[in-house]
Write a protein that binds this ligand. Structure first.
Ligand SMILES: [Zn+2]
Length: 66
């Protein structure tokens, strides 16, 4: 995700991004909200709330790549 650093995405754009980058993956389960440095939810990724998180979530549907 490094090349997207600082870019702002909506949840839908994040989904499309994963589809493009990882066409072999089933993206239905890809939730940007699971990979946020400042947000955690049930069953979130291990990177949530750690320095390895992919996104910063300044607003409910806005994600900024870290
Ligand atoms: Zn993650």
């Amino acid at each position: 995700m490094l090349q997207y650093k600082g870019r702002t995405f909506t949840a839908g754009e994040v989904k499309r991004l994963f589809e493009e980058r990882y066409p072999h993956l089933k993206v239905d389960w890809v939730q940007a909200a699971d990979h946020c440095i400042d947000h955690i939810c049930k069953d979130a990724c291990q990177c949530a709330q750690t320095e390895d998180a992919i996104f910063h979530r300044p607003a409910y549907t806005t994600y900024i790549a870290l």
